[in-house]
Design a protein around this ligand. Sequence first.
Ligand code: ATP
Ligand code: MG
Length: 500
Amino acid sequence: MTVLSAQNITKTYGGVTALADGSLNVEPGSVHALLGENGAGKSTMVKVLSGTIRPDSGTLTLDGSPVAFHSTADAVGHGVAVVSQELNLFPDLDIIANLFPLREPRRGPFLNRGAMVEAARPILSELGLNVDLRTLVRELSLGQRQLVEICRALLTKPRVLILDEPTSALDRDGSDRLLGILQVLRDRQVGVVFVSHILEEVMQLCDTITVLRDGRTVLSGADRANLEIDDIVSAMLGPRPEAVAAAEAAPRTVRSEIELNLRDVSVDDVLTGVNLQVHAGEIVGVTGLAGAGHLAVLELVAGLRRPTSGTVRLPGDRPVPRGLRRAIGAGVAVVSGDRRGRGLMLDQPIWQNIGQVRSVGLSRDGLVVRGGALRNRARGHVDRLRIRCRDVEQRVGLLSGGNQQKVVLAKWLDASPTVLLLDDPTRGVDVGAKAEIHDLIRTAADDGAVVLLASTDLEELTTACDRVLVFHRGRVVAHLSGSDLDQHTIVRISNTGNGN
Ligand SMILES: Nc1ncnc2c1ncn2[C@@H]1O[C@H](COP(=O)(O)OP(=O)(O)OP(=O)(O)O)[C@@H](O)[C@H]1O
Ligand SMILES: [Mg+2]
């Protein structure tokens, strides 16, 4: 029994084929994972299913009858709700106004805000968002906005709920809550489509799996119980030339001089007596629960915060200049997985975005002369990171979410930073590209950069870092390395604060 079905969907944009022959069936009471590499066509399929775009060809059926949604609102009217990858909220309106954009319960001529609050509050608290509903959306963090968007979809009481990378902006607690809610919806016979690059949560949650590769369905509605993560990865990546396993054995080049030095650093209510020394060539992870203080360390080094006491020194024993712009001038790079905070010029070509940081130092007419060189460098990054695009002239705004994230990385790596600050650098990036990005980070370290890596991805912390510092309530409570550096230990200490 299929409630919503897309068959043999094609969609092209100019010369780019986003979906070549994509199919997906949504069953009630079942969670269907839609997987594939960055640019494979997942969001395009989501947009077709939810009425955001019309396909070039192919059929959409609802309860067995052909249907064409004219808009997402039309789809909602048919019981199909979507949480899109790029959030669609009005930043200057409050939470309540965003939750009821089209279907406000009305009392006489006035909007009945009381009824809205009553309807929204239990859902938001189940999602873990406990803020005043009159808060403007622009004052919310990315994760909080994601929860508002999820709540908005849930309020429509959909029969089919489609979520495009809903957990990529959420912390562990938020993700766990959402997965719990989706299980409840499944029990209530809702059909759920779930797009994610986090394969562990996919295996935990989903009943069936469809994999797209280059816009084609290469695994169609397969039973999760019959699949291992390796099977899914193989389907996603397809046949690939053998990876060169040469650099593996090269010894680590950690040098003895300390390049980044935090001595007895405190920030009121945020950090207490933090000592952190990083050598050139080292990748040091920092982690903890939300608000534990590890992200404040990155902000201190980026010039976004000043310590109340203690000292922070950059390579060459220099102080941190005030403000992000000056810190960047001093060789600091800040890569964030936060889609909004990544500072891409969406309507500019890829090559200009990649050359952006590096060309800050070049004179105005120098930039014109160097256009060709910047394009060439950009092409190198596009190849290395496998950024899926037509060519480097393509506007960044037209790339898929994960490919935009790769451009952010390329931009910062291109500037050859001496201090590389990474905050969830591979959010939304597929498994294949993730390993390559970790290699590139390692190369930057081998070239002498100091790397601080904050991540909510435990596997990233344990595989990409030389050592990891766990924060709890503003203090460093554990230094993990070697055999102590494992996911279980990180979770235990993050939650308990007990490093012994
Ligand atoms: N409006 C558009 N104009 C041009 N190309 C587009 C447009 N939308 C998508 N594409 C292209 O279609 C392809 C599929 O994109 P899509 O967003 O569906 O990928 P995805 O599987 O969701 O990837 P990700 O995991 O990175 O989110 C990509 O190559 C993308 O660049
Ligand atoms: Mg996408």
